[in-house]
Design a protein around this ligand. Structure first.
Ligand SMILES: CC(C)(COP(=O)(O)OP(=O)(O)OC[C@H]1O[C@@H](n2cnc3c(N)ncnc32)[C@H](O)[C@@H]1OP(=O)(O)O)[C@@H](O)C(=O)NCCC(=O)NCCS
Length: 187
């Protein structure tokens, strides 16, 4: 087989994987009452507003934009009646693994929140499940990690129910001095 043939096979294989990934993940995930979809630049004002109303950890606008530009396929929003009520912002990094080897590609949940009036309807869980599935299938991530306040019982319950374990305690991680659990799960 000549170089040109091998090259064509490689390009064909690449296109198949790319198209298949696009088909599998271009659709929105919907359930009665809410819809999960990829975020757009026009969603950012609302996402930032939800963040300000839901969490003490805030970021400059360029930080949100950077994540949307770089990891847009794992930056998700949840809509109810056409209005964005929740988001999940993620990134991909290469770092130590806790389950699948010393050095792995892992997804990092940077921020997730659902507006207060829309909680306990399964939206947070749906965002997590879709985000983790995309980390694995679109970015080939082997693990997922996140930091959470040790007092954040709702979030810790959610993460545990999805297979996360506490892998480290980060002393004084937050600006107010509270510790964080570093939690991780295999994908
Ligand atoms: C954490 C958060 C995203 C969960 O969103 P949600 O849409 O309410 O979550 P779900 O309805 O999908 O709940 C999933 C599971 O989380 C746990 N959970 C959610 N809220 C809870 C609460 N108030 N108390 C105890 N457990 C709770 C439960 O295990 C729940 O499963 P169940 O309803 O079958 O018991 C939401 O509470 C939130 O936005 N909190 C403020 C922001 C925040 O803390 N983000 C996490 C930062 S690390």
């Amino acid at each position: 087989m000549g170089y040109a043939d091998i090259n064509s096979i490689f390009i064909f294989y690449f296109l198949c994987i790319h198209l298949l990934g696009g088909l599998m993940f271009s659709q929105n995930v919907s359930s009665p009452g809410y819809r999960i979809r990829e975020a757009m630049m026009s969603d950012l004002d609302r996402v930032i507003e939800i963040n300000l109303r839901s969490l003490p950890e805030h970021y400059p606008r360029y930080f949100w934009e950077q994540h949307l530009i770089e990891w847009g396929r794992i930056f998700l929003v949840a809509e109810v009646g056409g209005e964005v009520v929740g988001y999940m912002m993620n990134r991909i990094e290469e770092d130590e693994g806790f389950f699948k080897g010393d050095f792995v590609r892992r997804g990092h949940v940077v921020s997730i929140a659902v507006l207060e009036g829309y909680r306990r309807r399964g939206i947070g869980r749906a965002l997590m499940i879709e985000g983790m599935s995309r980390m694995k299938n679109l970015y080939n991530a082997q693990e997922v990690v996140l930091e959470v306040r040790v007092s954040n019982e709702p979030a810790i319950n959610l993460y545990r129910s999805l297979g996360f374990k506490v892998v480290r305690i980060l002393k004084g991680y937050y600006l107010d001095g509270e510790d964080a659990y570093l939690m991780a799960a295999p994908l």
